[in-house]
Design a protein around this ligand. Structure first.
Ligand SMILES: [Zn+2]
Length: 334
């Protein structure tokens, strides 16, 4: 009798780590984050019992351990599907790590264990996933000319961006705040109530426009996008979009732009600070805001999202030379 083979796959296969070491997290200090989906397959029906994650630092010492053991934990982790059937596989979605400390990590070891359903013979497997700190070349600035903006997502597990660990785990949604510190006046039911709506969006760094979409209408706040709007092209979730290539495989992705506001064309060169569009509410968007993320290629859902450092902005009363902006930080262009 041969033991059933268990196999683990990580998506993505190599993980970018975002380091938040320059701006304060209340009560936390420096933190770093990464996210992935884990796929498990087997040659015979398997019941999973343990998942253990160990992160190693650059001296190959274990920096932290997380474990989930037993049937209840598996049930929760795998949404009740903790048996692995041959040919079907199992996904542990959205495995998210937000860890204290700025000490650089080198790899994440994923170990799983369980038993073969028919024979109850123990089986296990492990996988090492490299952890990478990208070296950013472009000096990215906030994509606005002025105003006070709230970065409502970032290192926030509850953000829907974390549901896709490939494309936009490190994305930001920026909302403009009014003089009253709120994001809208009145009851917020119309786009015009929102301080973000119609604000100029500027190129965060110089580069070439590599993609433009500008044929989608603005939604009313809270109005769900009809399924037909994204049929055949799920990237239409992002609404009207401008993608700028900065060189060295660095791209800015700006989304949910206002209908009819995109003022650049594919192939055009832009300078930092040049207006490219207005903030809108197109695509799958709960209300007017600007979605921004940095990626290592031009294509959404194909290329990888990358953590981004912004240069020369104001936060917590200070001029920040460059930093990755944590969730819920209020920032302004310098
Ligand atoms: Zn977003």
């Amino acid at each position: 009798m041969t033991e059933a083979a268990l196999q683990i796959e990580a998506r993505p296969a190599q993980l970018y780590v975002a380091l938040y070491d320059k701006l304060p997290h209340p009560g936390l200090g420096p933190v770093q984050e990464f996210a992935l989906d884990i796929g498990i397959s087997a040659t015979a029906p398997i019941v999973l019992t343990d998942v253990v994650w160990r992160a190693f630092d650059q001296n190959d010492h274990v920096s932290f351990v997380r474990q989930r053991l037993g049937e209840e934990a598996m049930d929760e982790l795998t949404r009740g599907q903790f048996g692995v059937a041959p040919g079907l596989g199992l996904v542990l979605p959205r495995c998210y790590f937000l860890e204290q400390g700025a000490q650089p990590l080198s790899r994440l070891r994923i170990s799983i264990a369980g038993f073969e359903a028919a024979t109850r013979i123990g089986v296990s497997a492990s996988l090492d996933v490299p952890l990478v700190y990208p070296q950013q070349r472009a000096k990215i600035h906030l994509p606005f000319a002025d105003g006070t903006w709230w970065a409502i997502t970032g290192n926030d597990w509850s953000s829907s961006h974390k549901a896709d660990p490939v494309s936009w785990p490190f994305a930001y949604d920026f909302v403009r705040l009014g003089p009253d510190g709120r994001s809208f006046a009145g009851n917020g039911r119309s786009n015009a109530d929102h301080y973000s709506f119609g604000q100029p969006v500027t190129a965060p760094a110089g580069g070439k426009i590599v993609f433009v979409r500008d044929d989608m209408p603005d939604q009313a706040p809270g109005q769900p996008l009809e399924a037909s709007a994204i049929t055949g092209d799920s990237t239409r979730l992002a609404g009207n979009v401008v993608v700028i290539g900065h060189g060295y495989s660095e791209f800015s992705y700006l989304a949910h732009l206002q209908a009819g506001s995109v003022s650049v064309e594919e192939g055009q060169m832009v300078k930092r600070g040049q207006q490219i569009a207005l903030v809108g509410n197109s695509g799958h968007s709960p209300g007017p805001h600007l979605h921004y993320h940095f990626q290592d290629g031009p294509s959404l859902f194909v290329d990888r999202g990358v953590p981004v450092q912004f240069y020369n902005f104001l936060a917590v009363g200070d001029l920040i030379d460059h930093a990755t902006i944590p969730s819920r930080m209020i920032v302004s262009p310098a």
